[in-house]
Design a protein around this ligand. Structure first.
Ligand code: UDX
Length: 459
């Protein structure tokens, strides 16, 4: 008989995502990948931004736990305070849930909990699981290179590289090639730096005491980085990504915003390989000047484009309406949507390039569709990822910005990538890189083998 979610014989995995879109997506993709390998899935989620039950596969369990987070804090952009509050407020409800699940397991009323996977930011639940004797692994939703930055944060601070100062921007970080200081986390004031350093210390300590680390990357694109992590934390490391390629795209729907699918119809009317897709992910904001310069750059480029202008993308602006003069210039050549079905857009044959903030999910989604990138990183891990995209894998070009973004810089980057010889070479390398990730996520590839190792392991 096929094991089912109600069959006590089927091991259960309990997954705890961090309530941000860029973290929920990879965790739910991991859920789908583990489900397809025979594990029953329970998603444990704080009340804040909990996924819609109706969008999850019918046999998943969704358990929401109280978090007592004021909505202003959740929306504030103060990630460190938000994550600390989540850990503090959710540790007890998490303990209650897990202890209850273990009692049911003992009575034979429910399946065995094989292991817990918590986003690495959930340091308190990782420690609770350990206290209750349940194997628990951290999921790093971003790159292995980013986790190396987490590990090196104290020594980089000690060396004076952090908080980042402009005078140091072009100093190579010898212990973290290929990074320069400008690629590190751009927290530039001391108070925020100390709060962030404290958060990372908790995250790293949580991972060190866990049963292992799962990373949303592949040994074929970050082999050296994974080896280094392995040597520094002496725990099992599972590079099982890019996770969106480890399961069929229709198996999990995790968008918190409503997708405007009309852009797909519009893309159908465009020439193959002609459209620029523009998106800055779910979190970062830009100021009005950057928004308008970007709009003028897109207008001047004469290229068709789809641009995601999500609510609150532009600081202090509720609407994304462009001045009349700009709208006239763009006409029907550009399509602005508040949220796109990004993976489908990237897969569309009309799309030729992606102007991106280099969020890790966006980057890996672009690679898997073979779409070269124009990089405009803005914060967090994005500068580091742009370094890999432009200078290691060489599958994208940067928008070269001095201080404030200028329309000519946008136009120059678009021309570099979408016309001429440089663009052709970048596209060719992107085709090669795409083959690498397709191979590693196919049967017998490194990520496929790592995922099976995780399922089979007695962590
Ligand atoms: C942030 C960081 O930038 C990222 O690097 C980190 O790993 C997680 O937190 P975010 O800024 O949201 O994430 O960017 P990204 O990692 O690219 O994730 C955005 C996700 O939203 C992607 O999976 C993308 O497909 C999806 N998305 C984005 C849509 O579905 N529609 C859109 O219109 C835009």
């Amino acid at each position: 008989m096929e094991p089912s979610s109600t069959n006590p014989g089927r091991g259960r995995v309990v997954l705890l995502p961090l309530p941000y879109q860029g973290h929920i997506n990879p965790m739910l993709r991991l859920a789908a990948a583990l489900d397809s390998r025979g594990l029953a899935v329970t998603i444990l989620h704080p009340e804040t931004r909990a996924p819609d039950r109706r969008k999850l596969p019918a046999d998943y369990r969704l358990v929401t736990i109280p978090d007592n987070i004021p909505p202003e804090l959740a929306a504030s952009g103060d990630v460190a305070s938000f994550v600390f509050a989540l850990n503090k407020n959710c540790a007890a409800p998490f303990r209650d849930y897990l202890a209850g699940a273990l009692r049911e397991e003992e009575k034979g009323e429910d399946g065995r909990i094989a292991f817990v996977v918590a986003d690495v930011d959930w340091f308190a639940p990782l420690s609770v699981a350990r206290e209750l004797g349940v194997a628990a692994l951290g999921l790093m939703t971003s790159s292995a290179a980013r986790f190396l930055v987490y590990l090196a944060y104290p020594s980089l601070s000690h060396k004076g590289y952090l908080p980042v100062q402009e005078s140091n921007f072009n100093t190579a970080v010898e212990e973290l090639p290929p990074f320069f200081v400008r690629d590190l986390h751009r927290v530039m004031d001391m108070t925020r730096h100390l709060a962030y350093a404290n958060l990372l210390a908790h995250i790293v300590a949580g991972v060190r005491q866990s049963s292992g680390l799962i990373i949303n990357t592949s040994g074929d694109i970050e082999g050296m980085e994974i080896e280094r992590i392995h040597s520094e934390i002496a725990l099992p490391v599972f590079a099982v990504g890019p996770l969106h390629m480890m399961t069929s795209s229709s198996s999990v729907e995790s968008s918190l915003l409503t997708e405007d699918r009309s852009c797909l119809d519009w893309l159908d009317t465009q020439r193959p390989n002609s459209v620029l897709y523009v998106s800055f992910g779910s979190l970062v904001g830009i100021d009005t000047d950057e928004f308008l310069e970007l709009a003028w750059g897109l207008a001047d480029s004469q290229r068709p484009f789809v641009w995601v202008v999500r609510p609150r993308l532009v600081h202090g602006c509720k609407s994304s309406t462009l001045p009349d003069e700009l709208q006239e210039k763009i006409g029907n050549r550009g399509r602005i949507v508040s949220w796109a079905p990004q993976q489908e857009v990237l897969r569309h044959p009309s799309v030729a390039a992606f102007l991106t903030h280099c969020g890790w999910n966006s980057t890996t989604e672009s690679i898997s569709e073979g779409v070269p990138m124009i990089c405009r990183p803005l914060s967090g891990d994005q500068m580091g990822t742009a370094r890999y995209v432009c200078d290691v894998w060489k599958v994208g070009v940067r928008v070269e910005v001095e201080n404030q973004l200028k329309r000519e810089q946008v136009q120059t980057a678009i021309t570099r990538l979408m016309d001429g010889k440089e663009g052709e070479e970048v596209r060719e390398r992107m085709r090669d890189l795409r083959h690498v990730v397709v191979k590693c996520t196919s049967e017998g590839g490194t990520s496929d083998v790592a995922l099976q190792r995780l399922v089979d392991s007695n962590v």
